[in-house]
Write a protein that binds this ligand. Structure first.
Ligand SMILES: NC(=O)C1=CN([C@@H]2O[C@H](COP(=O)(O)OP(=O)(O)OC[C@H]3O[C@@H](n4cnc5c(N)ncnc54)[C@H](OP(=O)(O)O)[C@@H]3O)[C@@H](O)[C@H]2O)C=CC1
Ligand SMILES: O=C(O)[C@@H]1CCC=N1
Length: 267
């Protein structure tokens, strides 16, 4: 894939994870990245952690060298930033990662350039992201191929319909937060039972990763893999009973739905 030069507008949590992961997997070169962020602490972070990246406070006069502009500011700031880009005039691929901001709104705000909407997630930073994207009609085959390969460089990527984006947000966009909560709670349980905190955290995180890897590598249904752990009359089935009594499944389903609903509200 031909490397493209990229401007990242908003170098915060998700921008760092996505662009950091893309540089780590050589999808983009540090020298080809311009980060636009008006927050001084954020600028400082980029200068300290990625000295080869160009860091500026405003897009004005700094987008000319970039083929792609990634919008990674909060949803409420998207329209203002998009208008700044539109004022710049030049034709670029615009990629927005803002939750709940539809293609039509993005496209109107940036003056009908080629637009792709992405819902990435923070594990992109460590090459284990899960991203989905949809493109407007003006985006070319080559644009879709670039974003697919760029996102695949930092994890897995899937093209979806725009109607599916809220569900994606509820699942993989917000999901790392749910699973981090689960890891923390598992470690708390082990500390309650007497394990030192650091060891409890290591075992909890590895257990979550191991279970996920087993689902992906074997292709077996998670229910089947769960059954393989639970011996008759054993420890696991006692724990599973407790999880069912405390509503873990319902809580997870409701969490995905709550996030998806909020994503729909934002649009
Ligand atoms: N965090 C996540 O896990 C995910 C986030 N997203 C989406 O990513 C987007 C960014 O979220 P996140 O990274 O968490 O947000 P952050 O607040 O961490 O990062 C945004 C950065 O952009 C700066 N900024 C805001 N407005 C402008 C502007 N006009 N010009 C230049 N810089 C600006 C902010 O500075 P300041 O704070 O000072 O305004 C901040 O440093 C959101 O739209 C969110 O929906 C999508 C998937 C997952
Ligand atoms: O909480 C949020 O709004 C963003 C979008 C998906 C994950 N984080």
């Amino acid at each position: 894939m031909k490397k493209r030069t990229v401007a990242l507008i908003g170098g915060g949590q998700m921008g760092r994870a996505l662009a950091g992961g893309m540089m780590g997997s050589d999808v983009i070169a540090a020298a080809d990245l311009t980060v636009v962020d008006h927050n001084q602490a954020s600028q400082q972070w980029w200068k300290e952690n990625h000295p080869q990246v160009t860091v500026v406070a405003s897009p004005d006069g700094h987008l000319d060298r970039s083929d792609v502009v990634i919008l990674a500011v909060k949803p409420y700031a998207i329209t203002k930033v998009a208008a700044q880009i539109a004022a710049g005039g030049s034709e670029k691929l615009i990629v927005s990662i803002a939750a709940g901001v539809p293609l039509a709104k993005l496209s109107a705000s940036v003056g009908h350039q080629r637009v792709i909407r992405v819902m990435p997630n923070t594990p992109s930073l460590v090459g284990a992201g899960a991203s989905a994207y949809c493109a407007d009609e003006a985006a070319t085959e080559a644009d879709c191929q670039w974003i697919d390969e760029a996102l695949s460089g930092v994890g897995v990527a899937a093209q979806v319909t725009e109607a599916q984006m809220d569900a994606v947000t509820g699942l993989s966009g917000s999901g790392p937060a749910y699973i981090c909560l689960v890891i923390e709670a598992l470690a708390d349980g082990a500390v309650l039972c007497g394990l030192p905190r650091a060891l409890a955290m290591r075992l909890a995180a590895q257990t979550v990763m191991g279970a996920a890897k087993m689902v992906m590598d074997t292709g077996r249904h998670p229910g089947e893999l769960k059954d393989a752990v639970a011996s008759p009359g054993g420890t696991t089935i006692a724990a599973l009973q407790s999880l069912e009594e405390n509503g873990l499944r319902a809580a997870m389903i409701a969490a995905v739905e709550a996030s998806a609903k909020r994503s729909a509200e934002l649009s």
